[in-house]
Design a binder for this molecule. Sequence first.
Ligand SMILES: *Cc1c(COP(=O)(O)O)cnc(C)c1O
Length: 393
Amino acid sequence: MTSAVMPTYARAPVAFVSGEGCRLVDTEGRRYLDFGAGIAVCGLGHAHPKLVAALTEQAGRLWHTSNLYQIEGQEKVAAKLAALSFGDVVFFGNSGAEANECAIKLARKYHSSAGRPERWRILAFEGSFHGRTLATLAAAGNPKNLEDFGPVVPGFDHAPYGDLDRAEALVGPDTAAILVEPIQGEGGIRVPDPEFLKGLRALADRLGVLLMFDEVQCGLGRTGRLFAHERIGVVPDVMSLAKTLGGGLPVAACVATSKAASGMTAGSHASTFGGNLLAMAVAAAVLDIIAEPAFLASVARKGEKLAAGLDGLVARHRHVFESRRGVGLMLGLRCAAPQAEVVERLRSAGLLVVPAQDQVVRLLPPLIVDEQEIDEALLILESVARAMPAKAA
Ligand SMILES: *Cc1c(COP(=O)(O)O)cnc(C)c1O
């Protein structure tokens, strides 16, 4: 079949027509257990009644006015995010890449407007993912994604993820900020030693550079804490959020201390759609639910249950799964068998998971997943692992 859609994605041959909670239904009426959640986007599952109500209520009133005017919803969501985090101020965009783009610009402006324009470089890390704009691609530095797109946006240095010594060696008098995922998602659910992030904080403080956490994937409840950095008690100066923030509606946020954002004034940055009324209505509803301590505790508890089940699976089927990684409901299995085949077999058996780099399949169920659904997913994993040939195909 020919398609008029630009062929930039390698899509699985399945399309979904409806969803509820952790379930999706395809065009053939087949039901799936969704442990991908649209790549950690549908944190509250599909068709959550409170999100549907918030969206439809706002949809009947007003969608968009523009940032030429006051937007009450932005005030509300920004105040909520500030109250829930280290941050004082928030810029709203529509995607993770845009949140990071704002962070990068903010860091350069922070130094430039304080009379240090020579501080404009950003230290980032190998194996990262920060989005697909030219600057965020340069930030991640993945050669595969940069190839064929002309000169790479200058100003990004890269250290191996977890390597504090290399990071120290690369931060110099021209460094504006350090940008890092507290847990790498696309890179393969890589959880660094807490000392790494603590060391980056100390390094940033010592040299007067900003520490910026990309929590687009690991933030907003995924780890069982509202923000992944809370787990290790390292507080950044800037944080980017997206994915779960809109529960499926495009919305992103760059959260910063007022000091870090001190260069950002009227005209510094803008987005036509960023923070529109629909997005803000939904983001407010999402935050109301996931910021509840009892909700976050349930994520942590369910994450432990799923992780324990996966550990047993790995122990029984070493020819398929080599190891288990991750925290909370941000978990990964490193495949010993071909990753694409594992993903496909699971999908055929009714379980959706998401591939990542480093031969990892990610399990990122909606945060509202229940214990029976976890058991069901583990049963599917078990039966698929048992059916996998002993030798890689
Ligand atoms: C998904 C992701 C992004 C990019 O988000 P988009 O909405 O696709 O632009 C950036 N950083 C991290 C850590 C991500 O997981």
